[in-house]
Design a binder for this molecule. Structure first.
Ligand code: AMP
Length: 651
């Protein structure tokens, strides 16, 4: 299995899934379930910016018993074959036809279809559809074209040189009209499910401010202009009952989890989301953000006027940057049973056929990575027009990984009156742009993520090592462990975790491992072994840094220092739990100098010893930054940027 957890984004073509020259069958109930889509169009494709006559090519089929040959433009063969042959396999699976790509005869290529008449017709239909030229409307203010087009439905015009070109303005207007019409035919949605508890309602502004300050210093505001007429920001709920007393089945599900109270983001997000507002949560993983958007999503699904079985397509979409995160969300979703709501997790590398099968059976929640989502939307396995609650989870990370085109393509058609939620650890301009494009008057909640109380019961030690000496230092540590000690060893990469686990096995030391390449049951077994004491060493990546509760864990070893200081706090917080003390040992190499300053702050705050070497590391790093700035080169060092590249072997 590759260390890359999700398929890297495919090269992007600038088209969308509509065709302006064919009557709109987008609302056709066949759409999105992969069934037949009506008779094939004769005018199959039209190259952008060229004369229509030149581009209308003949795809008329030639029949030969239960075999049929169709021709398509050679430059569209890739669409039929798909990445690594995935599309052609998919077509064969769906249609039951056998599909053979023939030799290219220059501009056109023959495709032979074998099978029953029905299978052949279906395959021909789908290939015709796939090879159509799709046209992306130009930006609205693009006015450099000489727009003297007639109004007869012809979208070509002539430019200053007399060439026939596409009249984008007209095409845009036409497209927009069609889209508006499609949207206007959709069933209505309901978004407001909130009845504010009197106790919450009666909180004084001072009480609310104090609560926010004491709860990770939450800040909350409208992200963009606070226009007149918008409702005031709601007060936080302090208990689960204040949020969900009208949904006892949801409350029961929460009680099963044994949580004591809502996390800060949940307290503040639930009133916002239950009220149907768009929301941006600036929060790290581990803050309880998944449940913050999930429980309102369940209520939203169940509360729509159109019965679930009559809806065309799923209701909730949760997009996540990586397979790990998607699966983690899926796992969280599966913990909460509510009125038979079903979900599916779509991610690159997973069994595509199986995913298509589940989608076509009808689900309410789709959890997806952008690449796979886009793939299934473009292949029309998934009807997205009806999503009315959308979550972009870890939006900054999705952008870092280059998924913006996929996100934009996938969301282009979704009904505009939907509710949109976005979470992000940071607030860079790309995320802001996304919010501007896809959200309506969002309310933004910033949650300070450092819950330093978690690390006050832990003795935090630092060991300075060269990268190459880490293994040796680690094995020395292990050899000196007491029989009753229990340790998690955190590694920065899956490959490192695998390596350490293997080395331990070779040395005859029993251990378990937990990282993104292990399947769910293995991960659960690994944790179980730690909890029961079958092993006392767990080698892990950051998949293990949150939510894991091994009560008698005595040590955390950071073999690799985490990329974010928040992660350090989470890792360290795995020990020293339930009133016990714990020890965290962090190996620091010269590569970690960018973190020295933040680490010093944490150590000081927790009354820990700060080694001189760490102070001088921090000084060296800040001197380097100043030098770089003076040279005009910016910060440098090992900051947060470039996550896409380094992310290849994460988790
Ligand atoms: P998340 O930030 O969504 O990744 O959540 C991290 C972990 O916190 C998950 O294992 C959740 O089950 C858990 N969690 C969510 N809400 C709460 C809560 N109110 N109290 C305690 N744990 C929670």
């Amino acid at each position: 299995m590759s260390d890359w957890e999700d398929e890297p984004p495919a090269p992007v073509e600038t088209y969308n899934s509509r065709s302006f020259h064919k009557s709109n069958n987008y609302n056709n109930s066949n759409f999105g379930r992969g069934r037949g889509r009506g008779a094939p169009s004769n005018s199959n494709w039209r190259a952008r910016g060229q004369d229509n006559r030149e581009n209308r090519q003949n795809s008329r089929p030639q029949h030969d018993g239960n075999k049929q040959v169709i021709t398509i433009p050679s430059n569209k063969v890739g669409r039929v074959i798909g990445k690594g042959g995935s599309k052609i396999r998919d077509l064969e699976y769906e249609t039951d036809a056998k599909i053979k790509i023939g030799d290219s005869g220059g501009d056109t290529t023959e495709i032979t279809l074998f099978g029953t008449d029905e299978a052949i017709a279906k395959a021909s239909d789908m290939i015709t559809d796939l090879t159509k030229e799709y046209v992306q409307p130009a930006p609205k203010n693009e006015s450099h074209y000489n727009s003297n087009a007639n109004t007869s439905g012809n979208f070509s015009t002539t430019n200053d040189y007399g060439d026939s070109i596409i009249d984008w303005n007209k095409l845009n207007a036409h497209y927009e009209e069609q889209q508006q019409e499609r949207w206007s035919q959709l069933p209505p949605i309901v978004k407001d499910f909130y009845k504010e508890d009197p106790v919450v309602q009666n909180m004084s502004p001072a009480e609310v401010t104090r609560w926010r300050f004491n709860n990770n210093q939450i800040q909350i505001k409208r992200t963009f202009d606070d226009k007149p007429g918008l409702r005031p920001i709601p007060n936080p709920v302090l208990t689960f009952e204040q949020a969900f007393q009208h949904y006892p089945e949801i409350l029961d599900e929460i009680y099963k989890q044994d949580f004591k109270k809502p996390s800060p983001i949940q307290s503040q997000a639930w009133p916002v989301l239950l009220r149907g507002e768009d929301m941006i949560g600036i929060a790290q993983t581990g803050t309880g953000k998944t449940l913050a958007f999930l429980l309102p999503a369940l209520i939203h699904i169940d509360g729509q006027p159109t019965p679930r079985e009559q809806r065309e397509g799923p209701t909730v979409l949760i997009m996540a940057p990586t397979r790990e995160l998607a699966l983690q969300i899926d796992k969280e979703v599966s913990k909460y049973q509510y009125r038979g709501i079903k979900s599916v997790c779509l991610y690159g590398g997973g069994d595509r056929k199986e995913q298509i099968k589940v989608v076509s059976k009808g689900v309410d929640i789709v959890i997806a990575t952008p690449g796979r989502l886009n793939d299934l939307v473009m292949a029309r396995h998934l009807n997205i027009i009806n999503f009315s609650y959308i979550v972009l989870d870890e939006a900054d990370r999705m952008l870092d990984m280059g998924f913006e085109p996929q996100i934009r393509k996938s969301l282009f058609d979704v009904r505009p009156d939907r509710q949109t939620v976005m979470t992000s650890a940071t607030w860079p301009s790309g995320v802001r742009r996304l919010a501007e494009s896809y959200m309506k008057d969002p309310i933004q909640i910033n949650v300070g993520s450092l819950d330093l109380a978690a690390v006050h019961t832990v003795t935090q030690k630092i060991l300075f090592v060269e990268e190459d000496d880490k293994d040796k230092a680690l094995f020395e540590f292990i050899q000196n462990m007491d029989p009753t000690d229990k340790v998690i060893i955190f590694c920065g990469k899956k490959a490192t975790a695998r390596h350490i686990h293997t080395e331990l096995c070779l040395k005859g030391i029993e251990s378990q491992s937990l990282h993104g390449d292990r399947d769910q049951s293995d991960r659960e077994a690994a944790l179980d072994d730690m909890v029961t004491g079958a092993v006392n060493i767990l080698v892990a990546t950051d998949v293990a840094s949150r939510g894991i509760d091994i009560k008698d864990l005595t040590h955390v070893v950071n073999l690799d220092f985490p990329r974010h200081i928040e992660e350090y706090v989470h890792r360290v917080g795995r020990t020293g739990r339930a009133g016990k003390t714990g020890i965290a040992l962090s190996f620091i190499s010269r590569n970690d100098w960018a973190h020295a300053d933040e680490l010093i702050k944490i150590l000081e705050e927790a009354n820990q010893e700060v080694p001189d070497e760490l102070l001088s590391m921090a000084n060296r790093f800040s001197a380097m930054k100043i030098r770089r700035e003076q040279e005009g080169g910016g910060g440098g060092g090992r900051g947060r940027g470039g996550r896409g590249g380094r992310g290849r072997d994460r988790w």
